[in-house]
Design a protein around this ligand. Structure first.
Ligand code: THG
Length: 268
């Protein structure tokens, strides 16, 4: 049976925003970081996001320490997550595993640095459909910014199959009227060019500040998968969330049904 490619899952938990990780970075406690890496992989993560968090005093050296610490226990791809190109560049200097640059915006000054770096390191690149002017308020603005990123990559000879466009999820409790437009952007990003770019979301953004986080995350993810989502940054330790994702893919013929398909996925 021919199966379409399954979703690419990036574990979000190595992020200094989480108290335990922030503390481990400060104290250079390798065991906490390595356990967090291995737990996420065991739960089905294909790659790991690496983010030193908002309070890091020395992000250039912190990201290098995180990358080296994680590479001691896994050869899965790492997503270097920072809004500062200098921090990403520092992480790239010590990378051995496959790498994803997370992320560029549609701003010229970021594209100029990050697209050549992605080429140099053979990295996949996440492009956020935002700019210094702010977060778009509708689908047309998201598409315009995404198309700018695609055009830059074409011009620079960066392969579009390695570009992941991110509409940037907003919390449903503050931006409820935007959610449908965000879902539709996922479908429309795919038809900006041929070959298609890929699509990705940072899922947990959608439920920030709400009281039913897990339910909102898995419902949004299921719907986004129906709109053609290729990849997500999420908490793979949320078993209900992973089960929903695997089942949505089963319905789309991206997983083979057997009575134990959930267990079979985790043994992949
Ligand atoms: N797109 C891309 N990358 C991203 C994001 C995105 N990287 C960062 C973020 N968004 C995705 N990762 C997270 C990680 C944690 C949370 C949300 C998104 C989160 N944290 C808890 C909170 O803020 O409530 C922290 C709780 C705690 O301290 O335990 O929700 O959109 N490309």
């Amino acid at each position: 049976m021919f199966l379409e490619k399954a979703m690419f899952i990036i574990g979000e938990l190595i992020n200094g925003m989480y108290k335990n990780i922030g503390k481990a970075i400060k104290e250079k406690d390798k065991a906490v970081i390595q356990r967090c890496a291995l737990d996420q992989i065991k739960a089905g993560a294909d790659a790991l996001d690496i983010n030193c968090g908002p309070v890091s005093k020395d992000p250039l050296s912190d990201i290098q320490w995180l990358v080296e610490t994680v590479q001691e226990v896994t050869d899965k791809p790492l997503a270097l997550d920072s809004s500062k190109p200098k921090v990403i560049e520092a992480g790239l200097k010590v990378i051995k595993n496959k790498v994803i640059i997370n992320s560029t915006t549609a701003d010229q000054e970021k594209l100029e640095i990050l697209v050549p770096l992605a080429k140099k390191y053979n990295a996949k690149l996440i492009g956020l459909s935002i700019s210094a002017k702010g977060i778009p308020q509708n689908k047309d603005q998201r598409l315009e910014l995404a198309a700018n990123i695609v055009a830059y990559c074409v011009e620079a000879g960066f392969p579009l199959e390695d570009l992941y466009l991110d509409p940037v999820l907003l919390p449903v409790n503050v931006a409820q009227a935007q959610q449908k437009d965000i879902l539709e952007s996922i479908r429309e990003f795919k038809i900006i060019s041929d070959p298609s770019p890929k699509t990705i979301v940072g899922l947990s953004n959608v439920s920030q500040g709400t009281k039913t986080r897990s339910l909102i995350n898995r419902t949004f993810l299921t719907m986004a998968i129906a709109y053609g989502l290729d990849s997500a940054i999420l908490d793979p330790l949320d078993k209900d969330l992973m089960d929903s994702a695997i089942t949505a893919e089963l319905i789309l013929n991206k997983q083979i049904y057997c009575d134990s398909y959930l267990e079979a996925y985790r043994r992949k």
